[in-house]
Ligand binder design. Structure first.
Ligand SMILES: [Zn+2]
Length: 134
């Protein structure tokens, strides 16, 4: 499974590098990446304000004293009610895909291997566990 994912990330970055025509400039790619992050956030916001399939019910998270780091998640609420409808899910997935395109483009232009980043982050999370949050 890990090897298959490794191949997908590598193939994806290679395909992005092939298709990079209009945004070969780092400045164009930086601004498109920034825009794609905003579009992901906007798509999520529109599920609440436009469609209404999910709603946000936010409040201060209360964690009882003495709770272990591992047990903290039992007391943490995502502040979301409802489930994404198929239309909103598809829109958000498209925007995240667009964001991944420009992330891979940035990596390509800077000669950074995105696959290596995934592996390093995976190893870091595996080694540190919950302590990566501190
Ligand atoms: Zn919806």
């Amino acid at each position: 499974m890990v090897i298959r994912n490794k191949e997908v990330v590598c193939l994806f970055q290679d395909k992005v590098s092939e298709l990079l025509l209009r945004h070969r400039s780092i400045l164009d790619t930086l601004s498109k990446h920034q825009e794609s992050v905003a579009r992901v956030n906007r798509a999520i916001s529109k599920t609440v304000t436009g469609c209404g399939c999910i709603s946000i019910h936010a409040y201060k998270q209360e964690i009882p004293p003495g709770v272990t780091l591992e047990d903290c998640r039992k007391y943490m609420d995502p502040h979301l009610d409802g489930d994404l409808c198929e239309n909103c899910r598809e829109t958000i997935q498209e925007e995240i895909g667009n964001n991944l395109f420009y992330l891979a483009a940035l990596c390509h232009l800077l000669n950074i291997d995105l696959e290596n980043i995934y592996h390093k982050e995976y190893d870091k999370l595996s080694a540190l566990g919950y302590f990566h949050l501190l």
